[in-house]
Design a protein around this ligand. Structure first.
Ligand SMILES: *[C@@H]1O[C@H](CO)[C@@H](O)[C@H](O)[C@H]1NC(C)=O
Length: 286
């Protein structure tokens, strides 16, 4: 009897200990799997669980989410490779797992640069296998000095990309005009770092300086909310300040405008060199 009770208490104690630990660490390893490469999960100096992804000449690194999402909101805090990061690309993206020729993908790619020069945030969308909807942005802060929050909101109405809660891009669902939009395949979230010195920095003219390797980017505080279409979840509504499935309010429209004016450095919709007289259909809508 006595022994059973001690056992029970001991295992209850262990249970609460495990519970306490997993509450502290719930943010990362519960939700993400390290895929390959030189990746580490550790506590940073502020006591937060962090994943570091490193790149060297022989290794790229990546993680993926355990869950897939068909509509939802993803927030991750990222600190990019400091110093000479030219040629490296750090990514946060969502992608489907079905047939490649019909795949959907939402991309945030951070193109590194030589020391002291700004990063470019490259964004793109693939829907039913068709991409080519690139827009690029400068950031209004040094993304290597600290963590900043990058957000993807994906719902039936639009895809929204936010940086530190500032809306930088909206991709509207124009399916009714025959423009492909991701609307039926779930996506998984990935983070990665890889070498793209064939195109990333000044169109490939600046090469990765491998003497600076390993190049390391840090991800922390992964937050994901799944918002399945048939389910009205109060969490989904709340977490978007009630605009998950709404038109943008004036504040958000102003943010978009401000970012377009001050930080957008490339827009496929204005690239007449590339498309000549036939801009993609969505560029001439709205
Ligand atoms: C690197 O910095 C230069 C100079 O500011 C800028 O023109 C270029 O777009 C940057 N490249 C990338 C890949 O961010």
């Amino acid at each position: 009897m006595g022994q059973t009770r001690v056992h029970l208490l001991a295992s209850l104690g262990a249970f609460y200990l495990i519970l306490a630990i997993s509450m502290v660490t719930a943010d990362l390893t519960n939700d993400l799997d390290i895929l390959w490469g030189n990746s580490k999960v550790f506590y940073d100096s502020s006591g937060k669980r962090t994943i570091s992804l490193s790149l060297d000449r022989w290794t790229t690194s990546a993680f993926q989410s355990k869950s897939t999402y068909l509509y939802g909101r993803i927030d991750v805090d990222i600190k990019l490779v400091a110093g000479n990061s030219a040629g490296t690309v750090t990514t946060l993206y969502m992608i489907t797992e079905g047939l490649w020729q019909f795949h959907d993908e939402i991309d945030l790619e951070f193109l590194g640069n030589i020391t002291g020069e700004p990063y470019t945030l490259h964004t793109n969308l693939y829907a039913r296998g068709k991409g080519g909807r690139e827009k690029q942005y400068k950031l209004w802060f040094d993304p290597t000095a600290d963590f900043h929050t990058y957000t993807i909101i994906w719902n039936q109405r639009s895809i929204l990309i936010l940086v530190d809660d500032k809306l930088i891009r909206q991709i509207k669902n124009n399916l009714m005009y025959g423009v492909p939009y991701p609307n039926y395949q779930p996506m998984r979230v990935y983070g990665s770092i890889w070498n793209a010195d064939d195109w990333a920095t000044m169109g490939g003219r600046v090469k990765t300086d491998w003497s600076q390797a390993p190049f390391t980017a840090y991800f922390q505080n992964y937050r994901a909310i799944a918002c399945p279409p048939q389910q009205s979840s109060p969490l989904c509504a709340q977490s978007f300040g009630n605009w998950f499935n709404q038109e943008l309010d004036e504040t958000r429209k102003q943010q978009l405008q401000e970012v377009d004016t001050n930080y957008k450095i490339y827009d496929y919709c204005t690239d007449t060199k590339r498309f000549k007289d036939s801009l993609p259909k969505e560029c001439t809508l709205n």
